[in-house]
Design a protein around this ligand. Structure first.
Ligand code: AMP
Length: 501
């Protein structure tokens, strides 16, 4: 039994030592070199006597970050990436929660990090990665570690302004990646085009499927996501056959019909997405141009190791229909609970709750927030059993598939009606002219506010959606923006939009 993800790297490096594991704009690394450099980093960490301690990785997004992740995992400590563009105040809040035992960075960025509230030790990547590793020291650490030890902590935004550090164990990642590689038949012949930042959990799929199966991950330069034709050309040139992106990134490609310029029909095999609602209108554009690709909608929050349900697209959908988030992944139980903490029946709406190995151990150094979201299973009074309450409202369709409706906090009461803002967004998204849209509720003025990127007037939109949603769900105000704000993870930035209310 594997208790540490680095055993995958050992196996893959033995099988494919000179195959490219990861590549960015500047460099490529083979599995052999990845193992060697990561073991060297792991050895330096182990020599400092660190075990089960938080270690920050502070480097520009690229191959070296992943080498550090593996190095930290070899030493049986856990990593937390901090983005080099993150605002100082947020970095300091994270450091306060995490209290890292070590920061891995390079000489150039060390001076930046010195400005933060951290007085501890550093390890310089350029020195550690070329030093001599010791498999004895690595194995001594791995023999002490167990699979429920932490592998990483990823920080998500907390409603109180204090970032929450979601802790994830080796076991959760092993379970998830076993499912991913089996379900999508990932082998050494596959190559991923990575979009997700490494501080966002979608990247776990790219990183660890690659390490486990001997595939290759190309880290796509960020600026290409604003230039769909160049982006598709990049996929073609690198022979990328699998992408796992946030819907916003797929929508940009669909909107500009970039497929007309670049034919990916011989290249792309799998288009997976997760992180927010994927509107069928744009998915239908993808499906029209690339009908033979496998499309899958994955759903889940960081707290359950990236995803817990999935739907492999297997039938036609009208533009205004919601795409199911599907069924639970293997070894995962989904409980949809109503307000009385009972399982919903029929098409009753409830909160999606998750039970299983995928669950985070809680928010790092934050027992209060942990207690709120990770609770005793109300259906099991007999033994301690924790479920995670996602705060997402869902219901079942006639096929027994789960349909995502909205976040619990996007549920509003407007003129006495209970409304899911997501439902209005689905209706508006189905309009031909609309690319991205977002609905918020202005509590103060009791108005449903719709944000769009096009110059369309309210009356026109209302006329178009009047057959899809009842009158009380019509937007009271429409704001046309030149560009929808997108957050660091690539999703629509609702916090920024709130400021515009
Ligand atoms: P994060 O922890 O940043 O991955 O955000 C998780 C949240 O994103 C979930 O709780 C959902 O509200 C939303 N989300 C994730 N995947 C999907 C999906 N496939 N469809 C709709 N919403 C999603």
């Amino acid at each position: 039994m594997k208790a540490n993800v680095t055993y995958w790297l050992d196996e893959t490096a033995a099988k494919f030592p000179s195959k490219t594991a990861f590549a960015d704009e500047q460099k490529e690394i083979t599995f052999g070199d990845l193992q060697k450099q990561a073991q060297a980093i792991g050895t330096r960490i182990a020599e400092k006597g660190l075990f089960k301690k938080p270690i920050v990785v502070f480097l520009e997004k690229g191959v070296d970050v992943l080498t550090c992740f593996m190095g930290v995992a070899y030493s049986c400590n856990f990593y937390s990436p901090i983005d080099v563009d993150m605002p100082t105040s947020r970095v300091n809040k994270i450091l306060e929660v995490l209290q890292p035992a070590l920061v891995i960075t390079n000489a150039g960025l060390q001076s930046v990090f010195r400005e933060y509230d951290y007085k501890g030790e550093y390890l310089l990547f350029e020195e550690a990665s070329v030093s001599e590793g010791s498999i004895e020291k690595i194995n001594a650490a791995r023999n002490k570690g167990i699979d429920t030890d932490l592998l990483y902590v990823l920080f998500t935004s907390g409603s109180t302004g204090v970032p929450k550090g979601v802790t994830i164990t080796h076991r959760s990642v092993i379970d998830y990646i076993d499912w991913v590689t089996e379900t999508f038949s990932i082998t050494e012949e596959d190559s991923f085009g990575n979009q997700a930042p490494f501080y966002f959990d979608n990247s776990i799929l790219d990183i660890y499927s690659t390490v486990k199966s001997g595939a290759t991950t190309y880290i796509i330069p960020k600026n290409l996501f604003a230039q769909p034709v160049l982006l598709l050309e990049y996929l073609k040139e690198k022979k990328i056959n699998t992408i796992f992106w946030v819907p916003s990134a797929l929508i940009v490609v669909a909107k500009l019909k970039a497929f007309r310029n670049v034919d990916l029909s011989d290249t792309l095999k799998r288009v997976l997405f997760c992180g927010e609602v994927m509107p069928n209108k744009q998915l239908n554009t993808w499906r029209k141009f690339l009908p033979d690709v496998l499309y899958a909608n994955l759903y889940g929050p960081t707290e359950i190791t990236d995803a817990c349900t999935y739907y492999i697209v297997d039938r036609e959908f009208a533009d205004d229909e919601p795409l199911p988030i599907g069924i639970p992944m293997a070894n995962t139980d989904i409980l949809v609970l109503n307000d009385r903490n009972e399982l919903v029946t029929g098409d009753e709406i409830g909160e999606l709750c998750v039970r299983g190995t995928s669950l985070s151990m809680g928010y790092y150094n934050n027992p209060e927030k942990t207690k709120e979201a990770f609770v005793q299973n109300p259906l099991n009074p007999f033994v301690p059993e924790i479920i995670y309450r996602t705060g997402d409202l869902v219901k079942y369709n006639e096929f027994g598939e789960i349909i995502y409706l909205s976040r619990k906090d996007f549920q509003i009461k407007h003129m006495g009606h209970r409304i899911e803002l997501g439902e209005i967004e689905t209706a508006v998204s189905s309009l031909e002219e609309i690319s991205l849209c977002c609905c918020l509720y202005d509590e103060k003025h009791q108005k449903i506010v719709l944000f769009i990127e096009e110059e369309l007037d309210k009356a026109y939109i209302i006329e178009k959606i009047s057959e899809l949603v009842p009158e009380y769900m019509f937007p009271n105000k429409v704001i046309s923006l030149e560009k929808m704000p997108i957050n660091a993870n690539g999703k629509i930035d609702r916090v920024k939009l709130k400021e515009l209310l």
